[in-house]
Design a protein around this ligand. Structure first.
Ligand SMILES: [Zn+2]
Length: 457
């Protein structure tokens, strides 16, 4: 009965196919896929990313951190490589370095590479990201630069390895659900605990979907499972390396499906937290909830994805307000140590004659698999309104990844931009030389997605 789990085995595939009235099996088996997994756990005691409150570097690992790559090739030779990473997100300079290396060494273009991340707050600080948040000495700054240079090589290497290991495969899709992600703007942690005790749901909006992509060898065994969830990876805030809840999920799935690679990407969860939080037990619990949701999907008949891959990309030029000046920096430097560090850094740049830009190129990427599965990937910390709007517009099965390619700041919707508070204007955390985005950010990004989707026709 082992075959029961392997929906892709010939007997079960026929059942899945006939019950769904999908495309012929031959179309699915025309895929090729390759996977790679590279360890990125820092070997030296480096600063952890994501919180300004930490006072010392990491003190060991709860589990290892990974970069994983899945390369896909459709029947007509079209290729794409999706990368997952136990990182807060890729800063712009690292993203550009990876794209350059992957292009030069492995012949893939920008639109064909989707760099996602889990947004774990227990991964390493990276060069050019949130540097004003941390009280770093020169030794830590040097370690971060060294690690970041090596990371570019490791990610480009993982992309190359995945492409080199391409072999016949079948692709399948499904969707599950789990509800530990809570809208953090509308619910306090204590309130959430009370509501849960009463069997009630916290206030929304939230997106509890768990999109699942399954890659199998033609004989049946699972080779890769790619899944997402729209919730901050902030259960833990300590001093050990970990992938937070999704780190536990990935470990459990790779144990459950021996020989496979489990890859997690964060969805539009910038305004969602795993609540309650801050204990290892809760982190493991959320990891199990997500893993159970994925396994339930994998264990049911899945929908086959035809062998067709379209990839598109553009930078959406989004305006910014409150561009930093010597006067504004001087005033803000009194607010907090983060603002003071930012003021010193940006002030020095202004003195060197640097002119700060008035807009920023936000990466927008759209893939379509098999003619039916839309996969949208936006840069930055994207709030949940985006995934809900894209699903309303393009269909409930649309996959939406945030934190993709370049994580430069929060990405508020028009609603949140108007409401204000942290997710609307947290530019200072990222060290951006402006106060916030222009009010038309949602219009600009959704128009870019629309253009790319139409271009796939
Ligand atoms: Zn965040």
């Amino acid at each position: 009965m082992l075959c029961f789990r392997w929906i892709g085995c010939p007997l079960f595939a026929a059942v899945a196919w006939s019950s769904l009235g999908g495309a012929p099996i031959a179309a699915q088996t025309a895929w090729k896929a390759g996977v790679a997994k590279v360890k990125i756990t820092p070997e030296k005691p480096m600063w952890l990313a994501g919180y300004s409150s930490r006072t010392k570097p990491a003190e060991g690992a709860m589990h290892d951190l990974w970069v994983k790559a899945l390369a896909l090739e459709a029947a007509d030779g079209s290729r794409g490589v999706v990368v997952s990473a136990d990182l807060l997100g890729f800063p712009k300079a690292l993203y550009e370095g990876i794209i350059e290396r992957a292009g030069k060494d492995h012949g893939v273009q920008r639109r064909q590479v989707m760099l996602t991340s889990s947004h774990t707050h227990s991964g390493p600080a990276l060069s050019g990201a949130l540097m004003d948040c941390y009280p770093l000495d020169d030794q830590q700054k040097a370690l971060i630069e060294e690690y970041s240079r090596q990371l570019v090589e490791k990610v480009a290497g993982a992309i190359g390895q995945a492409l080199a290991q391409m072999a016949p495969a079948t692709l399948w899709r499904g969707q599950g659900s789990t509800d530990f992600g809570v809208n953090r703007r509308n619910n306090g942690e204590a309130e959430v605990v009370k509501l849960r005790e009463q069997g009630l749901q916290p206030k929304g909006p939230s997106d509890h979907d768990v999109p699942v992509l399954v890659v199998r060898s033609p004989e049946g065994p699972l080779r890769a499972v790619v899944f997402g969830y729209a919730c901050h990876s902030t259960t833990l805030s300590g001093y050990e390396w970990s992938g937070d809840y999704s780190g536990f999920t990935q470990i459990a799935l790779e144990k459950e499906y021996p020989g496979s690679v489990a890859m997690f990407y964060s969805g539009c969860g910038a305004d969602q937290n795993p609540l309650p939080r801050r204990t290892v037990e809760l982190c493991q619990k959320y990891g199990k909830m997500l893993g159970d949701a994925v396994q339930e999907v994998v264990g049911k008949p899945l929908e086959p994805i035809d062998s067709k891959l379209q990839t598109a990309f553009e930078f959406a030029d989004v305006g910014m307000e409150g561009i930093a000046t010597p006067k504004s920096l001087e005033e803000q430097s009194k607010d907090s140590e983060i603002y003071a560090r930012r003021a010193r850094r940006l002030g020095a740049l202004l003195e060197q004659g640097e002119k700060f830009p008035t807009s920023y190129p936000v990466p927008v990427q759209v893939w379509r698999l098999g003619g039916q599965q839309l996969w949208i990937a936006l840069g930055g910390e994207v709030v949940v309104d985006y995934s809900l709007a894209f699903k309303a517009k393009y269909g409930a099965q649309t996959w939406v990844a945030g934190y993709s390619n370049d994580c430069m700041s929060y990405i508020p919707s028009e609603r949140i931009w108007k409401e204000g508070r942290y997710e609307s204007n947290a530019f200072f955390v990222y060290g951006v030389p402006a106060d916030r985005w222009a009010p038309d950010i949602e219009q600009k990004l959704t128009a870019a997605v629309d253009r790319l989707v139409k271009g796939l026709q």
